[in-house]
Design a binder for this molecule. Sequence first.
Ligand code: NAI
Length: 688
Amino acid sequence: MDTGMINNTYKHWRLEQDEENFVWLHLDKADSTTNTLSEAVLTELEDALNHLHRQPPRGLVICSAKKNGFVAGADINEFTHFESQHAALEAIQRGQRIFSLIETLNCPSIALIHGYCLGGGMEMALACRYRIAEDSPQTRLGLPEVRLGIHPGFGGTVRSLEAAGPLTALNIMLTGRSFSARAAKKMRLVHYAVPKRHLFNAARSILRKPPKQTPLPWWMALLNHRLLRPWIAKYMVKTVAKKAIRAHYPAPYALIDLWQHYADDREQMLREEAASVASLLVGKTAQNLIRVFNLQDTLKNLGREQKNKPKYVHIIGGGIMGGDIAAWCTLQGYEVSIQDREHETLGRVIKRAFTLYKKRLKKPYLISTTLDRLMPDLPGHALARADIVIEAIFEDAEVKRQLFREIEPQMKNDALLCTNTSSIPLEILAEALEKPERLVGLHFFNPVAKMPLIEIVCGQNSSDDNILRATTFAKSISRLPLPVTSSPGFLVNRVLMPYLIEAVVLAEEGVPLKVIDDEAVEFGMPMGPIELADTVGLDICLKVADILAQNMDINVPEQLRSLVDRGQLGKKTGQGFYSFKKGKPLKTAADKDYIPPVDLQERLILRMVNEVIACLRDGVVETADLADAGIIFGTGFAPFRGGPVHYLQDRGAQQVYKMLQQLQRRYGQRFTPDAGWQQWLEQEEVNG
Ligand code: NAI
């Protein structure tokens, strides 16, 4: 290859100029396994593009030298360091200018895409005249910025609207979903979806004879008309409002506004796009959502690289949890055997697994090959070959210990034993084992396929190596591992329970159920506490509450007990606090004249916050960041608030502490600030 006049001393980009005078720009971000568009990457790109403007080649291809994909997005951590909105604006405008340099090149340009092509990466691709994506399951394209509290800012709103039409483009940006190469082609986000072996040839032949671009069909273009936009925007705002309140999540609303008001004027829309992102970026929501993204990364980075990946997983107990854990581990590629005492239970496991695979995998051959890996095993023959054994039988210490005594002699010498217990101390269970160090808790949440967190419960006997193995396993099934000590309720249930109990106390005081739930949703919880209790099952809530009451200062409300006594267990029986119709709670609006207690929200939320402080003092989790991560991913705690500890810091520890003291005076003991507050108050004083 002749590199000619081209600068090839870049740190992040490699340039090649071939004999046909096509220039290939390979992005290979230094010291990173993933390409992101950091300032340094963009600076070099700008330099290269300026050169290509001076000496235009016959064609340009932008591609990636990384195995895992094209570009995963902008460098998010740089987003947290802007000193002012003006500094953010300058950085965004610069990104826009650089991508315009691609667009205005005097030659055809192609983005050659494999793997991740997200956010800023997708925006860069959109600035190219053609986009070719590898047709493989690894390819994912999208504009997920809204999940970080912003929207595309490097011209991506304008260009995606031009490429895919307003309905599709806005849908892509508002949902933040990512798509396969074929789906992206159908949406006109890419021009071609081709197998890997054809990628480079496809690029060459397009550059040799650039095909004509097909314009948007007239009806798609019509939807951009200034008379139609207000109507469509109104409908979109209504749809968004069902999912996210404007005050909590301003980005989707800003995006719709941008389109509605500026879609007629490309230049102005670019200017407004940059201004809008700059203002969102320095706002609390975006900063907190970026924090949540980083917390997720922290959990993902726990565990270790696997050299000898375990292959066989054996699960004992095919009830709600064991059955779903088996189905999930199989979906994630493991060979799984599931053991229970009853044939019928195993039949139900397979049926539920089939439903999950049908929904997730869609294609019949994928469904059947996955089902082939899930083996019902009534007598437990497969136990002897398992690398990992997961126990999910009844929540009864003696029954579990008896099982451990029976199975340990049959297990492989180095097999890991995990328990899904939600309340029994691991030390009690480990007494039944010859090798107590092999036992680690893997506390999954219900429903397994939806809840991203697994608490890795570390007993006093669990060996470090086995804790690491369990953590790594959790990661390998696409779950976020959170190490916690073996103490009552671990982290998530311990923090959630006082909140649920306070909600029931409020209900007993006569506050309408819907008012209680609405207050929590207003705070940013995904679902109100009463509806949550009904959804989890009141019997399960009562069981956990009773266990926690043995160690914590909580009074289990009578109303909860009496509903369980009457068999009204919530959603699963059609009646709990609410009546359910087709799986949905029937909520009655409160009387028009009803005025809710002014401290209702504080009572719910601060009980949770106070318990997090207690958990940190007890060392249930190691750091405040891990506590925030656990509560966000385990309970759905308002992500835009950045987690309970972050929330209290943001509001001011002093202020929250005083509020707790007030609540204590009004409602008694249960609001007593935990001794752990001292540390937070002192810290705040030191930091001024
Ligand atoms: P479940 O009652 O639905 O299922 C238990 C299953 O274990 C039954 O199918 C039973 O036949 C089987 N079983 C009992 N003894 C057995 C034995 N010796 N050998 C083979 N199979 C046996 O219980 P669920 O709700 O699935 O809970 C299981 C475990 O998961 C418990 O430790 C529970 O605390 C924990 N857990 C439950 C959650 C939930 O939301 N249900 C959430 C997180 C953990």
